[in-house]
Design a protein around this ligand. Structure first.
Ligand code: GLC
Length: 614
């Protein structure tokens, strides 16, 4: 009887999507037997799905907004850095809970060759956990333990490429045509050189070009990222099918959120930039339907590090959704621009764009992540202020390296391209706020200022629409880690400066009021509690900015079911006045508990207020 019910559930989901899925598949691949195989396999993965996961699927299907609540708070970390291995993470879940985090992003943990891993983003086996981190059973134990505590688990699905050590790549190297056709192989440089005319570079300094020559095979292979990351050819339906099976296999291990890595890159076409092509959207849409059929409790998070007009289409439409969530990357970069310039105008404009989007779109907000900051700003708007792209990037990079007078930041450049003059930036939130410099100089006043700015930035991030994600270590103000320079595998990649191991000794200070860790942790905790409690923080609340007539002060307002909160954030090291005039009631400041009228509000240097209408 129960089995029958399960079958029915599956059939219903399958029938709901069958026509569209078949249509898209045939449009892309025109291969009905491969489509039939996909359908058969989907059912097998559904049958293999554990009972408790199926129960969760049903629950989430019935409450589709489950991830849009104001208690959602993420944290991302590398398993080894955070706790050695999967079992270690399991034993640290109490700390995760203490951070009020209910969604953990486990950075890449699948098998990857040492020294040629790109931080785990070069997968050599999609069904095997790196030995030093544990096993698939450990992963299942961990996701189960997380679910018991109400913590969701996110993992990367690196679908654009495989490692050169992947079984397919090995067979392709041996000249097996079947496997060569899963990648992009070329006998000579002619076609690659045509691609190079229109395809930009991801790593211009650390891995220039988009192709790698394999002398033994006398062939070129497409490698958009590092030479050891071979781009998969999604024109081959075998690649699509097999990668979908890998996706479902991992989903069945209890993963709640699948981060589709580098999604804009997955379809290649000559004479195009090979980014964001329409076929990418077809593939993501199919992936969404496949997951809604087999594992509807799983969310798709798209990693689209592009300008806003390229990002938003990855949400799809209301009738044909693609990703559930996307990174708010332009806002993140613009935030740091604002830190350097003390001028909130560009950030206000950027937030206005995000706030004008449908409220159902869920963005992941963050200050820092494992990658560099690419300075993808609205240069059109800056141009009208007389600010040029190249000179401004140089200014930001100089600023955050601590080269200009009023900067307390520390960090390093990433992929500085001598040809274009372009460079990106690496560093932790705390180091960029001045915690590292103040600590080194034992300057207490400077440390106060740095901590204040760090907390203000988090308070502002919590006020944005969507889900905030902490970068592990930020909750205790962890600074840059320069030890990567001693490891020859890591030394050329400065992103490792902000991928240091969690310092548990310092984390031990969180209960001590006078320590940097204690100050940051406790103040963030207070903000997290407020965010959890106040309905105005739900992801689909009305959100807008208010002009403060003070260029260093940003004002964000949120309103949900009549509950209204105004956030004021001073991005300057001087006290400022926000010339706002909200006369729609009495307000209380949620951190101090004091009454405060939102009319001409004085805000201390790097200060902030959360004002709630009573
Ligand atoms: C994503 C990851 C980045 C990696 C790249 C290639 O952008 O965030 O760390 O280098 O994909 O897989």
């Amino acid at each position: 009887m129960k089995e029958n019910a399960a079958k029915k559930t599956y059939q219903k989901r399958f029938e709901r999507h069958f026509e569209e899925l078949r249509w898209l598949y045939m449009e892309l691949f025109d291969n009905s037997s491969m489509f039939a195989e996909l359908c058969d396999k989907m059912e097998v993965f559904y049958q293999d799905r554990k009972k408790d996961l199926k129960t969760l699927d049903k629950k989430r299907e019935a409450h589709q907004d489950w991830y849009k609540q104001n208690d959602m708070l993420g944290m991302m970390f590398y398993i080894d850095n955070f706790a050695g291995n999967m079992k270690g993470v399991q034993s640290r879940l109490d700390y995760v809970e203490k951070c009020n985090v209910n969604y953990v992003h486990l950075m890449p943990f699948l098998e990857t060759p040492k020294g040629r891993s790109d931080g785990g983003y070069a997968v050599s086996d999609f069904r095997k956990v790196q030995e030093n981190l544990g096993s698939m059973e450990d992963l299942e134990d961990l996701t189960e333990a997380c679910h018991k505590k109400g913590i969701n688990v996110c993992m990367d699905f690196v679908m654009n490429h495989t490692s050169e050590d992947h079984e397919w790549a090995k067979k392709a190297r041996e000249g097996d045509g079947e496997y060569m056709s899963r990648y992009f192989f070329f006998e000579n440089s002619y076609i690659p050189s045509l691609y190079e005319q229109t395809v930009p570079q991801v790593f211009p300094t650390t891995a220039p070009g988009n192709f790698t020559y394999l002398p033994e095979q006398k062939h070129f292979v497409m490698t958009t990222f590092y030479p050891y990351q071979w781009d998969l050819n999604y024109k081959n339906p075998r690649v699509f099918n097999e990668m979908m099976y890998n996706f479902l296999f991992l989903a069945n291990k209890g993963i709640d959120i699948i981060r589709i890595d580098a999604v804009p890159y997955i379809w290649k076409e000559l004479n195009t930039p090979c980014r964001n092509l329409p076929q990418v959207h077809t593939i993501v849409r199919m992936m969404r339907m496949i997951s809604e059929i087999v594992c509807p409790g799983v969310l798709l998070l798209g990693e689209v590090v592009m300008e806003p007009e390229k990002v938003v289409p990855y949400f799809g439409t209301v009738e044909k959704p693609e990703c559930h969530m996307l990174y708010n990357v332009t806002t993140m970069a613009t935030t740091w621009h604002t830190v350097a310039t003390r001028d909130v105008r560009l950030l206000k404009k950027q937030l206005d764009i995000v706030n004008s989007l449908p409220k159902d779109y869920v963005f992941l907000n963050y200050l820092r992540c494992h990658d560099d900051i690419g300075w993808g700003l609205d240069y059109g708007a800056l141009k009208s202020e007389g600010i040029g792209e190249r000179s401004h990037k140089k200014y930001l990079n100089d600023y955050f390296q601590g080269y200009t007078g009023e900067s307390n930041s520390r960090g390093e450049l990433y992929n500085a391209d001598p040809v274009t003059g372009d460079a990106r930036f690496c560093g932790t939130t705390a180091s960029m706020c001045g915690v590292e410099k103040a600590g080194f100089e034992q300057d207490e006043a400077a440390m106060e200022k740095a901590v204040q700015m760090d907390v203000m930035l988090h308070a502002y991030m919590f006020m944005q629409s969507g889900i905030p994600v902490l970068y592990s270590g930020d909750e205790i103000g962890q600074v840059n880690d320069y030890t990567y320079k001693e490891d020859p595998d890591k030394a050329p990649d400065s992103r490792y400066i902000h991928r240091g191991a969690m310092n548990w000794e310092l984390a031990g200070n969180i209960s001590k009021k006078d320590t940097v860790e204690g100050k940051i942790f406790r103040r963030l905790e207070q903000l997290e509690q407020i965010r959890k409690k106040e309905k105005a923080f739900v992801s689909n609340a009305d959100t807008w900015t208010i002009d403060t007539w003070e260029s260093s002060v940003l004002c964000i307002a949120r309103c949900f079911e009549g509950e209204k909160i105004i956030g004021l954030f001073n991005f300057s090291e001087f006290d400022k006045t926000a010339w706002i005039n909200e006369t729609d009631g009495d307000y209380v400041e949620l951190i101090s508990g004091e009454e405060l009228k939102p009319i001409g509000v004085n805000i201390p240097a790097y200060g902030f207020y959360y004002l709630k209408r009573k």
